[in-house]
Design a protein around this ligand. Sequence first.
Ligand SMILES: Nc1nc2c(ncn2[C@@H]2O[C@H](COP(=O)(O)OP(=O)(O)OP(=O)(O)O)[C@@H](O)[C@H]2O)c(=O)[nH]1
Ligand SMILES: [Mg+2]
Length: 363
Amino acid sequence: MPLDIGLIGLPNVGKSTLFNALTKGHAEAANYAFCTVDPNVGIVEVTDDRLKKLEMLVSPKSCVGASIRFVDIAGLVRGAHQGEGLGNQFLGHIREADALIHVVRCFEHGEITHVDGSVDPIRDIETLETELFLADLAVLERAVEHLGKVVRSNPRSTQKLELATVEKARETINRGHSLRSLSLTKEERDALKGHQLLTIKPMLLLANMSEGHDSEGDTHYHNLKSHFGEDHVVPVAVGMESELNDLEEEDRQLFLEELGDLAGGVDRVVQGGYKLLDLVTFYTLANDKLQAWQLPRGMCAPQAAGRIHSDMETGFIRAEVAKYTDLIEAGDLVKLREIGQLHLEGKEYVVEDGDVIQFLFKA
Ligand SMILES: Nc1nc2c(ncn2[C@@H]2O[C@H](COP(=O)(O)OP(=O)(O)OP(=O)(O)O)[C@@H](O)[C@H]2O)c(=O)[nH]1
Ligand SMILES: [Mg+2]
């Protein structure tokens, strides 16, 4: 199951251009609002140096990287939660996303229309966040009403915790805070899962920068960083990044030099997503197939096995774990076993970034 990331933002800010840069695709991107109507979906394999080194070491028959599914939706406008623009119905397309990338226009360009007439990233973020808040509020109001009836008719209902949690969430939104800011127990988090709320999703801000600008000297980017914190904002010259895909190698190098510290934007988006979601990567080698997988940090070996197949989680017996650096140093798994660095781990083992794991499970 790839990681699922939804691209959101006001109309005409560069979401589809970013989608094309990420997926090397050709979704329509043009200078008018609501250019995108049907969502674009693309799956991208994550570039991973460790996977390349492991592949060279073990020469498997096949090698599969971890992947991310990007969904590019229509621009949202003020009133989207009430069905303005195309927004409302399209919010549905990102309800299942694991995380959101909010594309914010920082680039100045007289000919590219801005729906609100000027470039003002902080205002734009507030406009969009308000729509997400109101969309969540509508879902929560309905849930409180429905669950309230269920619990009143059966005071011993198992949905009591769910009602208390949706009430708590509604209160948070009413106080003007996103659900991201709410600290929840695992049970409460599970209780909210089915409601597919939007402001609970981790969100990365992507500052779409003017080309030829060094990011540090850009006032819009600077404001965003000081307002939201450096880790939450990734600067990318989206227009230039999308053009890179169509260039010959020599021109590419020239282009990258011109991009200066903004180069490598697409990789930074992926890295930013991993950091935001606090993911680790682990590797498996089975049936001559080397594969990379993503897992939220802190998860145990059976849950890692569950990423591959649910039967492997339920039937989990133990895991044989090699540390990436040990394996590269030793040269192969047989040698690693000989020197006692292949570790047998049980159900409680917390998977670490870079682990190469073989699972033993009851079929
Ligand atoms: N100068 C400049 N233009 C850009 C940049 N990114 C996108 N554009 C242009 O802005 C216009 C809108 O880009 P899209 O990618 O279609 O925007 P969108 O957010 O998908 O728009 P909707 O689908 O209408 O919501 C296009 O003409 C792009 O070429 C950028 O970084 N710099
Ligand atoms: Mg678009």
